[in-house]
Design a protein around this ligand. Sequence first.
Ligand code: ARG
Length: 476
Amino acid sequence: MGVSSSRSNDSQHRSEVAAQSPSRSGVFAAQTDKRLEAFSESISFDHRLFRHDIRGSIAHARMLARQGLISEQEFQQIESALGEIEREIAEGKMPWRPELEDIHMHIESALIERLGDVGRKLHTGRSRNDQVNTDFRMWVRDALDEIDELLRGLQRAFVGRCQRDMDVILPAYTHLQRAQPVLAPHYWLAYVEKFERDRQRVADCRRRVNVCGLGTAACAGTTLPIDRRMTAEELGFEEVAANSLDVSSDRDFVIESAFVLALIAEHLSGWAEEWILWSTVEFGFLKLPHQFCTGSSIMPQKVNPDTLELTRGKTARVIGNLQTLLVLVKGLPLAYNRDLQEDKPPLFDSFDTVRACLQLAIPIVEQAELQREAIRARLDDGFLDATTLMEHLIRQGVPQRTAHHLVGKLVGMAQDRGVRLADLDAEQLREAWEELDPDVLEALGVEKAVKAYRSYGSSNPDLVAEQVQRWRKRLQ
Ligand code: ARG
């Protein structure tokens, strides 16, 4: 066989190979190994980006037409075909083909199937790195908005029960030991504050997500006269990324979102743990709504707080996803590397998990019932008013360290006798300290202790009521 005939065979072979997938140019001399196909596909998860990909493609095509890179008529054809493709995918009618790798190539191939050469023009001045970056930023933006709305719903659920729980006093704990009495709404608003910071983080993170990378082409930009401002604006981005190398490699927005979600999960997990404890016989503070509890297959008496346990348990995954993402980008040289494809499953998972946790937390917070009788019956346990007594003495001029020691002594005496501080008599008080005025007993009892708080941010009933009003207005 002569050299020339082998050459022509080779080029024919090459064009057949190229027909396999739009991303395989004429340079390829062999078909993709099936094992690589299965290994590298992302369509199994990035199909979630299809609406954003289509929106991005329409904006890109409109810009190409405006810039004279395609005709107005070609744009119209592309726009309407993309609309059809979107419906087809939404109806589950597009089969996923691993050889097409990802959502971007599925959509482009479908377009080419419909429009031929007109479809082949869509990818002018654009790369898949552009697409994935732009699509994912739009997806994350929507996801953050959804999380924000759910966080707001959860805040409203907590604020919504403040009025009805205003008369309930609960022990506050430090080291999980009874510490000081607080109003139940003081607890509820503590969580409202935490979720407010989460919402602030969501909003702040969103600003950095909302930067447009479309138009960086592969990594260095393009010689074609594209208009990046136009596409950015059409896609609702607030800024156009200023450096093509940076933005095509940047996954800060993914990591930051994963962090924001991880911290939300941490807050939910802490709350879940607390309410699991509160719903035990040992605490007996709370009855959880039965539609969010499960039973035991062997013990008929059991009503288990599985929703809360899984909220706590799934937090591990959300934290793990953040770790995965941090390690993923560690040590990647500029600009795009295929490693980055691995950024989607962890963030999708974090988002799905946190969303599900929030969706369940809201009705649980709304419907759980405080066990008022049981709580009240044990408010005298644990000397919750000891600190109030100490502060009463301080106000009478006793140095803090002396008062601290003295009240400790009184607590010891009461413990020995198995009574409350208020049950000690005048003689016992004098035994502790000769100068002790028996009037101090007036300050005792959890109700008085709560009313006696004065500092801003404390559980004083008037201050708590003010905070409830403030949150009500804010969350309207
Ligand atoms: N599926 C790819 C990803 O998620 C899209 C970009 C592919 N780019 C490339 N040069 N192979 O990252």
